[in-house]
Design a protein around this ligand. Structure first.
Ligand SMILES: *[C@@H]1O[C@H](CO)[C@@H](O)[C@H](O)[C@H]1NC(C)=O
Ligand SMILES: *[C@@H]1O[C@H](CO)[C@@H](O)[C@H](O)[C@H]1NC(C)=O
Ligand SMILES: *[C@@H]1O[C@H](CO)[C@@H](O)[C@H](O)[C@H]1NC(C)=O
Ligand SMILES: *[C@@H]1O[C@H](CO)[C@@H](O)[C@H](O)[C@H]1NC(C)=O
Length: 676
């Protein structure tokens, strides 16, 4: 009995607690799921296949949860069509971010959206919403970003926008708003755009600090657009917008692109603790790698010695031994390694057969230092065990481990129908590029039916694999230092290729052609391959790296290389592959995607989550992003040269290391937006 009062008190406490909670918190994931299904059946019937009962709600495309509630719904370009119904989005009472941009939504914004009181970011741009902005929207006091640009909203811009006093960006451009801009006074407003609306009159004082292109395509006056007629001598019937810029009043801020959101900063802060742990893990990992590199370098050198010994024992130029016969005087004669994959054996056999038929040409032609003392010959290659590394547009790559233990990468070209002299001339140009940041072409083999290219084998694989390979299984995150170093090395490698002649280009820059050494140093590989294929070559699909002006992949200009490099930078920063399907089966146009996100959302949202763990480099990340955007400009003339790009990356990296040095003493920054 004595326990009763205590128990009652606990029960009471629970009751009080529950009744003290706002009604919204009694909603749960089930009601969220129900609301999402309501949305799907209204506007996304055929669009959202993953939204089914066999998949947990929080794993549906575009849905993010926290503490058992849906907090983010992002369906950009998801093919939503129709009018948003009432009683759906408003039921997502824990929602903080709602992005429905780039869809075909029509009609008004439903009134009940005001029930989603936690909303901080609302992106509805690029739809066909119409009507006035509902008054209920102005009760969403937590809104920081509001983007309803490129719709058909009409009516006057309401002075009630002043109620949203936490707004950092308010984007209303390309709608049918008319009349004058009310006296908006939003203390934290950084990004404001009312361009291309039917607005007239004078820009209110507090908005005059905004840049001129916040007010394009209007007949407004004042501030950046020059003095209003009334402010000087009256000019009857004069169009104020057509007056020349007074200039003196203009105070072009233009710094918005460098801003990270408060949310992101808070996220970074949280990630920072994590980041330190991961950094330690990475250091540990790198140290281990370094010692293993020393070991394997020794092994490779030993391997080369062995190869040379074999060559001495049996001079080159010997004919008549087909693969499989394995006639060789070496110690391990005749031993075709059991590990050899069927494909590689076939490749080797084909190579040997055709080589045999053309007699004296059956040998590898070497480039660079190896030409002086070739460490292996075709025979060694043919008897090597091989595994497929990957299939590309120009052929299949194998890793070949020779009996000596030395490994090389062999690329077996397909679709080469160039006449022999032309092939030899072009490949000589490729082989002539010997640079520390370019994976050297060591040798090649040419016969009528078979073309083999021999490169150094890079054991850490490609940047593509590193960026996109098994993210889930607790891999080492790629930090800023590593990523920016990779960017710099790749830029310098390509810049070197460009420096070899005015038309010299890499031709196929992509993350799978940036290979990594054991220390995660980047090397550019596979340069010039497009010049080797014949006119009959037609790639099966357009790569996400190809510059818009490229029509013939055999003739890729240096500026087109710069475009591809820009896409590569974007990939490094966003962690997204340009060919990765997001919404539909088509590839992702990474430059466009990034530009839409940067223009319409927080810049921070484009970055790879792994990168955001590193707090002190946000400015440098944004600068690199800007460079990436410059490189991937649609017009070739707007792109920098490769050596300019390399110089800019170098600068950015310098400033990040300076900053890290000075900031290690400073404290954390404070965000303007709580993350919860
Ligand atoms: C939204 O919530 C209301 C009650 O709060 C409920 O009647 C309605 O069915 C819900 N809508 C959806 C689509 O779940
Ligand atoms: C449910 O969604 C998953 C993807 O999340 C998909 O693989 C599966 O085919 C879907 N099931 C049905 C019945 O549509
Ligand atoms: C703006 O245009 C409207 C008509 O579209 C007109 O009635 C109003 O007087 C104009 N205001 C100014 C300040 O020019
Ligand atoms: C405002 O939007 C217009 C149209 O999209 C654009 O050209 C302009 O650059 C934007 N201005 C700012 C400051 O973002």
């Amino acid at each position: 009995m004595a326990a009763m009062p205590g128990l009652a008190r606990v029960a009471l406490a629970v009751l009080v607690l529950f009744s003290a909670l706002p009604a919204s918190l009694s909603d749960d994931l089930n009601s969220d799921a129900q609301a999402l299904q309501g949305l799907r059946s209204a506007v996304g019937r055929s669009a959202l296949p993953s939204w089914n009962n066999s998949t947990p709600t929080c794993q549906w495309d575009g849905v993010s949860c926290e503490s058992g509630r849906v907090v983010e719904l992002r369906l950009p370009g998801a093919g939503l069509i129709g009018t948003l119904p009432s009683g759906v989005l408003g039921n997502l009472t824990a929602l903080r971010t709602l992005s429905l941009r780039y869809n075909a939504l029509t009609g008004p914004i439903p009134d009940d959206l005001s029930r989603a009181t936690e909303l901080r970011a609302l992106y509805l741009q690029h739809n066909s919403f119409s009507g006035e902005v509902p008054a209920s929207l102005f009760t969403l006091k937590n809104l920081v970003r509001l983007d309803i640009a490129e719709n058909k909203f009409s009516g006057e811009i309401s002075p009630d926008f002043n109620k949203l006093n936490r707004l950092g960006s308010l984007l209303l451009e390309s709608n049918d708003f008319s009349g004058e801009i009310p006296k908006l006074d939003l203390p934290t407003l950084e990004q404001f755009n009312v361009s291309y609306n039917k607005l007239n009159g004078s820009i209110p004082t507090k908005l005059r600090k905004m840049p001129k292109d916040s007010f394009l395509g209007t007949t407004l006056c004042g501030g950046p657009l020059g003095l209003c007629p009334g402010e000087t001598a009256p000019t009857p019937a004069g169009a104020p917008g057509s007056q020349p810029d007074a200039g003196g009043v203009a105070d072009v801020a233009g710094s918005k692109k460098k801003k990270l959101s408060g949310g992101a900063i808070a996220g970074i802060a949280i990630g920072c603790v994590f980041g330190v742990l991961l950094l330690l893990a990475l250091l540990f990992f790198l140290c281990r790698k370094r010692s293993s590199k020393a070991r394997s370098t020794a092994a490779v050198e030993k391997g080369h010695d062995l190869g040379m010994a074999q060559l001495d024992a049996e001079p080159k130029g010997q004919n008549g031994s087909a693969a499989g016969n394995g006639v060789h005087a070496g110690a391990a004669a005749g031993a075709v390694p059991a590990a050899a994959s069927a494909a590689a054996v076939a490749a080797a056999a084909a190579a040997a057969k055709s080589g045999g038929s053309t007699g004296g040409t059956k040998k590898l032609i070497y480039f660079g230092p190896m030409a002086v003392a070739p460490p292996f010959d075709l025979e060694d290659l043919l008897r090597a065990s091989a595994e497929v590394l990957g299939k590309g547009a120009f052929g299949t790559a194998y890793k070949a481990v020779m009996e000596s233990g030395a490994a090389v990468a062999v690329k077996r070209l397909k679709d080469v129908d160039l006449p022999e002299p032309e092939f030899r001339e072009r490949i000589a140009a490729i082989g002539a590029v010997q640079h520390e940041l370019v994976v050297p072409l060591r040798a090649y083999y040419f016969s009528k039916d078979e073309k083999l290219l021999v490169y150094d084998y890079m054991s850490m694989g490609s940047l593509s694999a590193l960026l996109h390979g098994n993210r889930a299984s607790g891999r080492t995150p790629l930090d800023w230092e590593t990523r920016s170093a990779i960017a710099l090395a790749a830029a310098r490698g390509v810049a070197h290729i460009h420096s070899t002649g005015p038309t010299a280009s890499h031709g196929n820059i992509k993350s799978s052609n940036v290979l990594l050494t054991k220390n995660y140093e980047a090397r550019v590989s596979d340069h010039g391959l497009p010049t080797l294929v014949g006119p009959s070559f037609s790639p099966t699909r357009v790569s996400g790296y190809r510059a818009p002006e490229v029509t013939d992949i055999r003739r890729v200009s240096q500026k087109a290389d710069v475009y591809s490099f820009g896409v590569l930078l974007l990939e490094l920063l966003t962690g997204k592959a340009p060919t990765h399907a997001v919404v539909n089966e088509e590839g992702l146009d990474l430059p466009r995607w990034v530009q839409s996100v940067v223009r319409e959302e927080w810049t921070a949202e484009v970055f790879d989550q792994e990168l955001l763990r590193y707090q002190s480099v946000e400015e440098e990340m944004v600068q690199l992003l800007q460079l990436a955007i410059d490189c991937s400009a649609q017009h070739p003339d707007r792109r920098p040269t490769m050596s300019d790009a390399a110089a800019r990356i170098d600068e950015i990296r310098r400033s990040s290391s300076d900053r890290q040095a000075t900031e290690s003493a400073g404290g954390d920054r404070e965000g303007d937006e709580p993350s919860l």
